[in-house]
Design a protein around this ligand. Structure first.
Ligand code: COA
Length: 373
């Protein structure tokens, strides 16, 4: 809510990577904490602080963009947003997308235009440097803010949705707390999961022999593997060795488990997950195009990890029409709930993204492509 009675003294400025000091990070975490009630909401290792996590988030920069946008009042930090810019392959062409995360304004300064000021700075100064934006916030301010920028925001025609394997259907049903009584919701979930398995039975195909092991980081083989494995997708955020190590192997990012499937020294696929008591989240899964059964083998391992962790469910995002879908269904994964991901052409022609409206556009976009986990 805008409060025109408040002083109009907010100043937005870009915080360049070289200017990210411990003092700034501490102030930013305090703002984030006060704005969100608790920050971060992802689970960190015990020895990683919120400040470490924020420093990690702003690391691995793409040239030409600042680390943060800050809104200040009398030199005091009133609000900030983290600038996450990443590469995405759009029909094989590398493009840059900005992903808006962590927009936060200290409650004491809300309604004075601080958030709007950082948004205007982002678009006013950097708009011509990124091709598209991806946003997954369903906060009404953010939705209205997007509309004000003009142009259309679109949901993928091939919807990216959570696929959930209920390991303890009654716990999942209770957590979903829909309108159905828990018992009926539980039975329905179990039946849907069983039906998915039965339907996928005939589609299993031959199983590739591979060995699966846990790794701490992605070695030099992954650049080549990723380039091959993403080639079939028309829209896929970058997966390179450097990105994967930053995203999942840097201990400041979270406590991820990384599994690789190999045939001798050849990488056939990887999966990344984070185990929690309630849900084991699949951050990413990528397999060799010619070996789709490897996805199933990796999922089986993850299910075992989830069972050991006592999770009620395993959940991962997957486009409705996706080459790994049969592997998910064969294990009893069912679509449950939706996402609020939208994309918007910024400095690239909107027509070049028009194919994303098709329900069969080939999209790989997972939890780990956002900062939800
Ligand atoms: C969401 C949040 C970032 C908004 O910050 P804020 O600084 O209070 O927002 P602003 O003051 O810039 O904008 C508030 C409203 O006043 C309007 N406004 C601001 N300056 C204005 C001006 N000069 N003239 C007219 N209207 C103005 C804005 O357009 C906005 O209207 P909207 O709700 O229709 O979009 C803040 O409430 C927050 O931190 N919330 C908790 C964290 C959160 O949920 N973050 C978003 C999810 S990632």
């Amino acid at each position: 809510m805008y409060r025109p009675d408040m002083p109009d003294d907010v100043v937005a400025r870009a915080v360049e990577h070289d200017d990210v000091t411990p003092t700034f990070l501490n102030q930013a975490v305090a703002v984030l904490d006060r704005a969100f009630g608790r920050w971060p909401q992802v689970s960190l290792r015990d020895d990683v602080s919120a400040v470490d996590h924020l420093a990690w988030k702003a690391s691995g920069p793409i040239p030409g963009f600042p680390a943060f946008l800050a809104a200040e009042v009398d030199g005091q930090l009133a609000g900030c947003r983290t600038v996450l810019v990443r590469r995405v392959l759009v029909r094989g062409e590398p493009k840059l997308f900005v992903h808006f995360v962590d927009a936060a304004v200290d409650p004491a300064f809300q309604g004075r235009g601080a958030n709007r000021a950082t948004q205007e700075l982002m678009y006013g100064t950097y708009q011509s440097r990124f091709d598209l934006s991806i946003d997954d916030s369903n906060n009404p301010h953010m939705i209205r803010g997007r509309r004000r920028l003009g142009g259309g925001t679109e949901a993928f025609g091939n919807a990216v949705r959570p696929m959930v394997l209920p390991l303890d259907a009654s716990r999942v049903a209770r957590a979903e707390s829909g309108r159905l009584p828990t018992l009926i919701a539980t039975l329905r979930l179990r039946a849907a999961s069983r039906l998915a398995q039965l339907r996928a039975r005939g589609q299993r195909g031959h199983a590739t022999a591979c060995a699966i092991r846990e790794i701490d980081s992605f070695d030099q083989r992954f650049d080549q593997f990723c380039a091959r494995a993403v080639a079939g997708f028309e829209f896929v955020p970058e997966r390179t060795r450097a990105f994967l190590n930053w995203r999942y192997a840097d201990r400041r990012s979270g406590s991820f488990t990384i599994l690789v499937a190999e045939r001798e020294t050849e990488v056939l696929g990887y999966v990344v997950c984070i185990e929690r008591a309630e849900t084991t989240h699949l951050a990413d899964i990528l397999v060799d195009e010619d070996e789709p059964s490897v996805a199933g083998a990796l999922l089986d391992e993850i299910v075992q990890h989830a069972e050991i962790a006592g999770s009620a469910a395993v959940s991962g995002w997957l486009a409705e029409d996706h080459p790994y879908r049969a592997a998910f269904q064969a294990r009893g994964f069912v679509p449950l709930g939706g996402t609020s991901i939208v994309y918007r052409a910024v400095s690239m022609p909107a027509e070049e993204l028009a194919f994303l409206e098709r329900s069969d556009a080939s999209i790989h976009f997972t939890y780990g492509d956002t900062d939800f986990i």
